[in-house]
Design a protein around this ligand. Structure first.
Ligand code: TYD
Length: 221
């Protein structure tokens, strides 16, 4: 039996983590075989990359976009090899917090050429595609405000407590790239407005996830 591959994507502050938790809890309650993971961070290499990303922020060093790109793909190659492919081969549902679309949106918005992304993607993914990508859409004007509020209260891992105009512009470009991906892959990507209340967003996600799992032979009723 082949597993089911689901990714969840969106700009910072779009409610990705909350929705991922809601969905994974629901699938667990149903007793389904589930693997939840994230990029970067799903392997020891990925956790090391997260640490490097954090230190990069702390040290103020600017990485050239190609170096950053190769690090994200190194993480992805390791994650696919050790977590994603074996879990799918074992017939499990694999739920990932960020995947390839994040690279296309973030590194694309940092100026990496589409052709470079295509070549790396071919090398690392070898044709593997998610069955479904849940893309939470929110205007960065709103999402970054959410992040600011959260980080003031909790202290954030990656994000500052205030975003300047240049960062807002960057996140606008990221969002637009996510929207273009959704437009170009209407069968794979479920574009879900993330401005709505948490329960409503969770319900919209379930409307897309349940039939996919049913068609793969999982009991979700
Ligand atoms: P994420 O773990 O979602 O951040 P948070 O802990 O705030 O939820 O993502 C970490 C950061 O890495 C985020 O700013 C997006 C970025 N990223 C890329 O730039 N390219 C990629 O390929 C991936 C997977 C993430």
């Amino acid at each position: 039996m082949q597993g089911v591959f689901i990714t969840i994507e969106g700009v910072e502050g779009s409610g990705k983590s909350t929705q991922l938790l809601r969905l994974s809890e629901r699938l667990r309650r149903l007793g389904l075989p589930l693997v939840v993971s994230k990029e970067p961070g799903g392997t020891a290499l990925g956790r090391e990359l997260r640490r490097l990303l954090l230190e990069r922020h702390a040290s103020g060093e600017t990485w050239c976009s190609e170096a950053e790109l190769l690090l994200f793909y190194a993480d992805r190659a390791q994650h696919l090899e050790t977590v994603v492919r074996p879990s799918l081969a074992a017939g499990k549902i694999v739920l990932l917090d960020r995947f390839e679309d994040s690279t296309r949106a973030y590194q694309g918005a940092s100026g990496v050429a589409e052709s470079a992304l295509d070549r790396l993607s071919e090398l690392v993914l070898r044709g593997l595609k998610p069955h479904l990508t849940v893309m939470l859409d929110l205007d960065p004007e709103v999402s970054l405000q959410r992040v600011e509020v959260r980080n003031l209260a909790l202290g954030g891992e990656f994000s500052e407590t205030r975003f300047d105009q240049a960062e807002l512009e960057f996140h606008r470009r990221v969002r637009n790239r996510f929207l273009v991906i959704a437009q170009n892959h209407p069968n794979r990507v479920a574009l879900i407005p993330a401005r709505n209340p948490v329960d409503q967003v969770a319900a919209s996600i379930w409307v897309r996830v349940a039939p996919l799992l049913r068609s793969a032979g999982f009991g979700v009723d």
